[in-house]
Design a protein around this ligand. Structure first.
Ligand code: NAD
Ligand code: GDD
Length: 343
């Protein structure tokens, strides 16, 4: 990367995807001038050296102005979010992300930002297209007519449209990716916001540690998803940001599995078989969701390809390592622990 490479800010850099993105951009020589997150630095999943790391609440416009000053590109990954356990019970908090997205877009225009990436979600898709486990993979046009995930999905869909109109009316180049359940090392693995891949790894490890050899699964285990490994997400995010794709596009694996199959994989990695119980009252979300990658193949000649088995191995080993670092670890702890690994 030469001296003329764009100056970048990553918002939500203390989180899972943001932390990986900062690390990867720096490795390529991109000028990441700033990394921003509302959390205190000690709680960031990863902290990069040589970057201005700021704890700022981006719901406030003045903080968005500080974050975007002097940069050419904004990667907007800041959001109050989590897996089904979080988004089903915190719809108002999820919708309040609209303040972050609104103020960041406004600030970006005021400070002369050229390009803005927005991390949207597969939760924007119409629920009627996700009623069966053997779901037909979701194409970009399936977001309309709109009937997204309540709370979180509505906000994402609204903010996608805001990006579109900021580009049309104010000339801010906006790029929008719809992430499909992203997982990997340095993600949230306990505390209530964790998604299925990390939760299942953790539960399998706990079952092994406790010697009880039993696992509780949310739902009946037949619901399906595709899971995207973090390396594919980070690569695809940058490809989309630097592309001419000015409409929301899927960024997700198309390897569809049931939650029972996800548990099979984790058991295989652990080398054990567990007795399964099912909680039919737990947060479950849609019955089936998969990513149709026709558009990303057409536009980028690329799609996420890292196999779930391979990504789960890395995720499982990382969570195992985290658990051994926590003194007196018990599965009843609910306080979030962040890795805080220096990069
Ligand atoms: P994450 O929770 O690990 O990271 C989000 C970060 O945003 C957190 O560190 C949080 O503290 C920060 N944040 C929240 N509100 C903020 C505010 N007001 N000001 C500054 N920072 C704030 O989540 P992630 O998995 O890294 O997700 C990143 C983005 O991708 C989010 O927009 C999320 O909605 C989207 N997304 C993620 C997934 C996934 O499976 N991980 C799927 C679809 C979409
Ligand atoms: N979280 C979690 N924990 N889910 C479990 C568990 C568990 O212990 N056991 C089974 N599941 C089931 C859930 O009931 C759900 O049916 C499925 O696994 C997937 O759950 P999550 O990974 O929590 O969320 P999701 O795939 O429904 O939605 C996620 O991905 C979206 C993008 O595709 C969320 O993270 C959204 O915020 C995100 O936008």
């Amino acid at each position: 990367m030469d001296i003329e490479s764009p100056k970048v800010v990553v918002c939500g850099a203390g989180g899972f995807i943001g932390g990986h993105l900062v690390k990867d951009l720096l490795a390529q020589g991109v000028r990441v001038v700033r990394a921003v997150d509302v959390k205190p630095l000690k709680d960031w999943h990863q902290v990069a050296a040589g970057v201005e790391n700021l704890s700022l609440d981006l719901k406030q416009k003045r903080h968005c102005l500080t974050a975007t000053r002097g940069v050419d590109q904004v990667y907007q990954l800041a959001a109050d979010m989590g897996g089904m356990g979080f988004i089903e019970k915190n719809k108002a908090l999820c919708m309040l992300n609209v303040m972050t997205n609104t103020n960041l877009l406004l600030a970006a225009c005021e400070t002369g930002v050229e390009r803005f990436f927005y991390a949207s979600s597969a939760c924007v898709y119409n629920a009627d297209r996700q009623t069966h486990a053997n779901v037909i993979a979701l194409k970009e046009q399936d977001a309309y007519p709109a009937m997204p995930e309540d709370g979180y999905g509505w906000e994402k869909l609204f903010s996608e449209r805001m990006c579109r109109h900021f580009e049309e009316d104010f000339g801010l180049i906006c790029r929008v990716a719809r992430y499909h359940n992203v997982y990997g090392p340095n993600g949230t693995w306990r505390g209530g916001r964790e998604k299925a891949p990390a939760a299942i790894c953790r539960k399998v490890i706990e079952a092994r540690m406790s010697g009880l050899h039993e696992i509780n699964i949310w739902g009946d285990g037949h619901q399906t998803r595709s899971f995207t490994f973090i390396d594919d997400c980070i690569y695809g995010t940058q490809r989309i940001m630097n592309s001419n794709i000015n409409e929301p596009i899927n960024l997700g694996s198309s390897e569809l599995v049931s939650i029972n199959q996800l548990v099979d994989i984790a058991e295989e990695i652990a080398g054990i078989r567990l007795r399964r119980t099912y909680d039919l009252t737990a947060p479950r979300g849609v019955n089936g969701r998969n990513s149709d990658n026709t558009m990303i193949m057409d536009r980028l000649g690329w799609e996420p390809s890292i196999l779930l088995r391979d990504g789960m191995e890395k995720t499982y080993r990382w969570i195992e390592e985290q658990i051994t670092k926590v003194e007196d670890y018990t599965d009843t702890e609910v306080s979030a622990v962040y890795a805080g690994t220096a990069i």
